[in-house]
Design a protein around this ligand. Structure first.
Ligand SMILES: Nc1nc2c(ncn2[C@@H]2O[C@H](COP(=O)(O)OP(=O)(O)OP(=O)(O)O)[C@@H](O)[C@H]2O)c(=O)[nH]1
Ligand SMILES: [Mg+2]
Length: 329
């Protein structure tokens, strides 16, 4: 131990502060190459914490200095959590907010393995929930979100999967009467899949449409893109999507958007209520951390991700375990 402390002083200077010293038995710190030894956390004041881990084979404690030097591995930690430095870096590189990384780190002791760390992250993420068709009556699902996030494309992918791959009876409803070409987009899809398409202008229309297609397995309601900064537009949407017959309200967010905007969108749409997330355009960004930031500590379910413009490429189910593995891989 004395020798190791001397090494620290040589590397960081005589002002180095020893924060913590620990001895290891030969067991598993998986990111530290499974070696026993001594770890010293030290830093120098007046700088961003420059923590360093000094690990030395316990069995080689009597080694002469040059031999010991070969076995010393300095691993500068990011300094903001007790996560293994490589995992901390991955989370930050993927865009996970610093406060979340810190929060994950606070409850760790520093000797957890990957599965244990994953468990800690899992605790704060909502589970994934798949769309299931109704049994004896239709399941009604609506997609909501800001303009151009990929709502209609996601809806088309869901319809394609349930009609073509699962042989279910699907009906499309369109509430988007504002945007030029919105109706035609769904008509085209309806023709291609040979399924019914109807436009609804009011909650009353929606009730009538659901009653009309009560033998369907799945009714998908497309909504107009909403600027959530316009309160009256949100309230108009709320009037339709809070309909008591709607089972799932999925918020569609394009993940290639600035994190601050995404959080704002989530909160604004949260005010009118949604039940799960669909994240689109993952093929355009590596910032998967945005998903973790948005779902962190939320009640709404994780749902699906879209990685392509092509309707033939189905949405992928996103469970929290899959999300963590994707962010950390
Ligand atoms: N790269 C990529 N593009 C996508 C994805 N999903 C949708 N898009 C594209 O995003 C654009 C907008 O898609 P729409 O499905 O029309 O979006 P929307 O939310 O229905 O738009 P509005 O109804 O106008 O609010 C189109 O060019 C789509 O092809 C995706 O996963 N990846
Ligand atoms: Mg649309």
């Amino acid at each position: 131990m004395q020798e190791a402390i001397q090494q620290v002083r040589e590397e960081l200077g005589p002002e180095a502060i020893i924060y913590q010293t620990r001895r290891y038995k030969k067991r598993g710190f998986w990111w530290m190459e499974n070696r026993g030894g001594v770890e010293i956390m030290a830093g120098v004041e007046e700088q961003k914490p420059q923590f360093a881990s000094l690990i030395k084979e316990a069995s080689g404690a009597q080694n002469s200095l040059p031999e010991i030097k070969e076995e010393i591995s300095w691993k500068p930690a990011g300094g903001i959590s007790k996560l293994p430095p490589n995992l901390e870096k991955k989370l930050l590189d993927r865009g996970v907010k610093e406060e979340i990384v810190k929060e994950i780190g606070t409850e760790l002791h520093g000797d957890e393995n990957y599965t244990q760390i994953k468990e800690k992250i899992l605790e704060r993420l909502p589970p994934g929930k798949e769309i299931t068709p109704g049994e004896g009556f239709p399941r009604v699902v609506t997609l909501i979100g800001p303009t151009g996030t990929g709502k209609t494309t996601a809806l088309a992918k869901i319809a394609e999967t349930f009609v073509r791959k699962r042989g279910k009876k699907v009906v499309l409803l369109n509430q988007d009467t504002n945007r030029w070409g919105a109706g035609e987009q769904l008509e085209k899809l309806g023709n291609r899949l040979d399924i019914d398409v109807e436009t609804v202008f009011s909650p009353g229309d929606l009730t009538r449409a659901i009653e009309k297609f009560f033998d369907a397995d799945l009714i998908l309601l497309d909504t107009m893109g909403c600027n959530p900064m316009q309160k009256e537009v949100l309230l108009q949407l709320k009037g339709i999507i809070r309909h008591e017959f709607i089972d799932e309200r999925l918020l569609v967010l394009s993940i290639n958007t600035r994190n601050e905007d995404l959080v704002n969108y989530r909160d604004r749409f949260g005010e009118i209520g949604f039940s799960g997330f669909v994240f689109t355009k993952l093929d355009e960004t590596g910032a998967l951390g945005n998903i973790l930031n948005l779902a962190w500590g939320r009640e709404e379910n994780l749902g699906y991700v879209s990685r392509s413009q092509k309707v033939s490429e189905s949405l992928q189910f996103l469970d929290r375990g899959i999300l963590i593995d994707e962010v950390l891989k």
